[in-house]
Design a protein around this ligand. Structure first.
Ligand SMILES: [Ca+2]
Ligand SMILES: [Ca+2]
Length: 411
């Protein structure tokens, strides 16, 4: 791989790979655990920041523990401290050799009866492209590759042979959390999860004064999401869409067209839970999350229909009430239109939401536009099944909140 001569800008990159050998063939009933110390964590030199060399990342034990609990599998962690503790372009230049070493290791395990299709490689950041190289050397016969925020710099314009791509394994998935900085922007798998749009993560610091955390929080959130998903406290289901803005606007409500029905889920389900003979490639899927573990939220469509068009935008605030917790969003019905919709996120299933409050805030408009409006409010959890939609018709007056019981049956 070509390595440019220029010094790479301030950057933090890690090369981490975790293998899962599914409980099959030679290793059936045997749990082999390789936990290697001295994991690499490279913080490139900058006047204001220290250099941390070969520090074992705090998340590695949690990820391995979650993997061992989620699957009957042999887990092998790859320590690459000497290759990764370098300036970023040097580390990038080293990944070919690392890929060959791991390929050779897999080849040796095959001699003991291990099937390539039983291998799942999880690679973090630069490690995702190492996984891609290994998969490329195996002619795409590995079972699965999971890229956790695959590195972006030097890879966005690289050839498919040089970076992770859908040809590298029977199923390739990527979880994008920092695609505006350290992560790759383009899709690189069969399914690409763009968490909260894939650029910035809720709860991560937005100012450089937060130091190290500011630099890596978005990037490393992919690891924390994945670990959380393995712990299976709740499902992280995602939905195909053109963009995150379209997803939030309620334009992408199911998986019928792209995946024939089943929506992809982060975790260890076969092919991400998608049940198709041939899974399409480079499909962007979106989901929103909470700010802290277990991160997952439920997504519901909220929509309003007016009986009559109006000559000004209608703004309506919606609040879901569940116990002492409330979830809020607002919808605009554009002037001269009758439909306005959006997405509500909440940490309990819609069937556990007890009430809904609708509110049309007061604005400085002409008297005529202050008149009560007749609306139909509807909601349904994603993926939307129109037969299970909850609807109610109301007259909304300005500045007068309306509360109503919300009764949606649990599946
Ligand atoms: Ca590749
Ligand atoms: Ca970011």
């Amino acid at each position: 791989m070509a390595v440019g001569p220029r010094r790479w800008p301030l950057s933090v990159f890690t090369v981490h790979l975790v293998f899962i050998f599914a409980a099959a063939g030679y290793y059936h009933s045997v749990l082999i655990r390789f936990q290697l110390f001295g994991w690499s964590c490279t913080l490139l030199q900058n006047q204001n920041l220290p250099i941390a060399l070969g520090t074992k990342p705090s998340w590695i034990n949690g990820l391995i523990k979650a993997l061992l609990q989620a699957a009957q599998a042999n887990v092998i962690a790859v320590d690459w401290v000497h290759g990764a503790t370098a300036a970023y372009p040097t580390a990038v230049g080293n990944i070919m050799q690392l890929g060959l070493e791991i390929f050779s290791f897999i080849h040796k395990l095959q001699a003991f009866g291990m099937a390539e299709a039983s291998v799942h490689i999880i690679g973090v950041s630069l490690g995702a492209h190492v996984a891609g190289l290994v998969g490329h050397f195996c002619d795409g016969r590995l079972g699965r590759i999971t890229g956790l925020d695959p590195a972006g710099p030097k890879f966005t314009r690289a050839s498919r042979e040089e970076r992770l791509d859908p040809g590298d394994a029977l199923f390739v998935e990527a979880i994008h959390t920092d695609s505006d900085n350290f992560g790759i922007r383009i899709p690189v798998g069969h399914i690409d999860f763009y968490i909260n749009g894939g650029k910035d993560q809720p709860g991560c610091p937005r100012f450089i004064s937060s130091g190290y955390s500011y630099l890596i929080c978005d990037h490393m959130r992919a690891v924390h999401f994945y670990t959380s998903a393995l712990e299976e406290s709740c499902a992280m289901v995602a939905f195909p869409c053109f963009s995150y803005q379209d997803f939030l606007a309620g334009h992408c409500l199911d998986c019928l067209n792209t995946f024939q029905q089943f929506c992809p889920t982060i975790g260890l389900l076969n092919n991400g839970g998608v049940n198709m003979d041939k899974i399409p490639t480079e499909v962007k899927v979106y989901l929103a999350t909470a700010v802290a573990p277990p991160y997952c939220v439920y997504h519901s469509l909220v929509e309003f229909r007016l009986q009559q068009k109006t000559t000004s935008d209608i703004n309506i605030e919606i609040t879901f009430l569940s116990g002492n917790t409330s979830y809020r969003t607002s919808i605009v019905i554009p002037k001269h239109e009758t439909l306005g919709k959006g997405l509500m996120t909440h940490s309990v299933p819609l069937c556990k939401v007890e009430g809904v409050m609708l509110y049309r805030p007061k604005t400085w408009l002409r008297k005529k536009e202050e008149l009560p409006i007749s609306v139909q409010f509807c909601t349904a959890s994603l993926p939307v099944d129109k037969r299970k939609m909850f609807c109610l018709s109301q007259i909304l007056e300005k500045n007068i909140p309306l509360s109503h019981r919300l009764t949606v049956a649990c599946d």
